[in-house]
Design a protein around this ligand. Structure first.
Ligand SMILES: [Zn+2]
Length: 306
């Protein structure tokens, strides 16, 4: 279906009243949110946390103490098209296609959800560390939240099953989070849940908390890192490398014999891989696999709204 201008205008009007988008249900009044935000607005999102640092789920690096500025992946293409033009009219055509980020008709911008509850409902948390994020600059209202021009983390929540079992490796990795100079909390449960217990680990203007450090030391005592064998379990994350879609972070939903079933982009679609093709990467501290595997539709609907 292609949208005529009048149709997209009516969609715009509906969404600005909060009727078509779920924001109102989560206590966000869209009428009070301008398109360009000077004061930061907070939203919710997840990040990858690897040996390289903190990245968006698409792999884009977030730099400590630096504003994350979203860029448009089409911008470079458009510039080269413009440069290659032989006529003014053609050059102007390509000029008109370039746009500030985010643009309503493009996919560019930094994505963040309305709040934690909404991100849990759409099955998005659990793909890494998560937390609140400040958004400002140009803002585009999205069905699932926002696409923003600028962002910076407000706090991080780290599931403790993502903390390396070797204390020296864990300290090195945690130091990369501390550099952001925002509060860090531990999440003892594997899955994110509203109202669950969290333990302060590092608090701004205070440093490491005794409670958080004691919790980790107890955990390390139980782990004898010389005898650790990594066993894939339900709820584990898998970094999936694929040429088809660029891959992503999958979540293990079921293990049956030699087969591993995981979801990737949508909770409705399950992929199957052989267990021997999912390997532990000691350096990246995560499970990794190449190729999506076999796809099947999930039989029962997950309790979830869209
Ligand atoms: Zn764009």
């Amino acid at each position: 279906m292609s949208l005529s201008p009048s149709r997209s205008c009516s969609l715009d009007r509906r969404s600005s009243r909060g009727g078509a988008l779920p924001h109102a249900r989560y206590g966000v009044d869209l009428a009070k949110v301008p398109n360009t935000y000077v004061e930061p607005l907070t939203a919710y999102r997840a990040w990858n946390w690897t040996a390289e640092g903190v990245t968006s789920l698409n792999g884009k690096l977030w730099t400590p103490q630096a504003v994350f500025e979203a860029t448009c992946s089409r911008a470079a293409d458009l510039r080269s098209m413009q440069a290659a033009c032989s006529t003014d009219a053609a050059r102007k055509f390509w000029q008109r296609q370039s746009h500030p980020v985010p643009n309503p008709s493009c996919t560019c911008g930094m994505y963040a959800g309305i709040n934690m509850q909404h991100m849990i409902e759409i099955g998005y948390l659990g793909r890494g560390i998560h937390g609140e994020v400040h958004l400002w600059g140009r803002l585009h209202r999205h069905t699932l939240g926002w696409r923003a021009q600028y962002a910076y983390p407000k706090f991080f929540v780290v599931p403790t099953n993502m903390i390396p079992v070797r204390a020296d490796e864990a300290q090195r990795r945690l130091a990369s989070l501390v550099e952001f100079d925002v509060d860090i909390y531990l999440q003892p449960e594997g899955e994110a849940r509203l109202g669950q217990k969290s333990i302060p680990l590092w608090i701004r203007d205070y440093g490491y908390s005794q409670q958080g450090v004691s919790f980790l030391i107890e955990k390390w005592k139980k782990w004898d890192s010389t005898k650790i064998t990594h066993t894939l379990v339900v709820g584990d994350r898998i970094a999936v490398f694929s040429d088809v879609s660029g891959g992503g972070i999958g979540i293990v939903k079921e293990i049956s014999g030699d087969d591993v079933y995981y979801t990737l982009f949508s909770t409705d679609v399950v992929y199957r891989k052989r267990g021997k093709d999912v390997n532990w990467n000691e350096r990246n501290w995560r499970w990794e696999t190449t190729g999506l595997g076999y796809m099947r539709k999930r039989e029962q609907a997950m309790g979830r709204t869209r």
